[in-house]
Design a protein around this ligand. Structure first.
Ligand code: AMP
Length: 171
């Protein structure tokens, strides 16, 4: 019987603000079988020869780390400014209102390393596009971007045209 991962994702209306339907993955994280099945299903979507998995703060850390462990790869966290203690690369990108900045340690990725990016949700793609730039600043090669959930109506793929993308669930 096919395990229904969708049943473990909870829609929260108007969070964190009016008009957003937030995809809450905490029910999936808290169920032992769902956690295992999701990791297994994500692994079927990604290449095996990866040097680093890059997870995006904060919900990209959960499965990002699990994927890294299974792929025999290292894990690299992307964080908001002021969180990483060592020297960082920074990338600022546009939001609907204003801008946001993401950072990565300058020694987290070595030139030529094969990188898999992971996050929970692909929405407009602005976040993921900024992460691609951070990795390329360090000389890394983005092999694929992988998401648990893709909100296809927000057309995130349009911002990531030159890169392979895999998503477990598409809405
Ligand atoms: P974006 O830059 O628009 O692709 O937004 C991606 C980031 O925002 C990801 O780190 C997601 O975790 C988060 N995000 C955007 N939309 C949602 C949503 N509907 N539910 C949960 N997380 C979301």
């Amino acid at each position: 019987m096919h395990f229904n991962i969708e049943n473990y994702i909870r829609d929260i209306k108007d969070f964190p603000k009016q008009g957003i339907i937030f995809k809450d993955i905490t029910p999936l994280l808290s169920d032992a079988d769902a956690l295992k099945e999701t990791t297994k299903s994500l692994l079927e979507l990604v290449p095996e020869d990866i040097d680093k998995v890059v997870g995006i703060e904060a919900r990209g850390f959960f499965f990002g780390t699990l994927l890294a462990e299974h792929l025999n790869a290292g894990f690299v966290p992307i964080r908001k400014p002021g969180k990483l203690p060592y020297q960082t690369y920074q990338e600022t990108y546009d939001l609907e209102y204003g801008t946001d900045t993401l950072t990565m340690h300058i020694d987290a990725i070595k030139p030529g390393e094969r990188v898999l990016i992971h996050d929970d949700v692909l929405a407009t793609g602005g976040t993921a596009a900024a992460v691609v730039k951070l990795i390329e600043k360090a000389g890394g090669q983005v092999v694929m971007l992988n998401f648990l959930i893709e909100l296809s109506f927000l057309k995130g793929r349009d911002k990531l045209k030159n890169y392979p993308i895999s998503s477990l669930l598409t809405y």
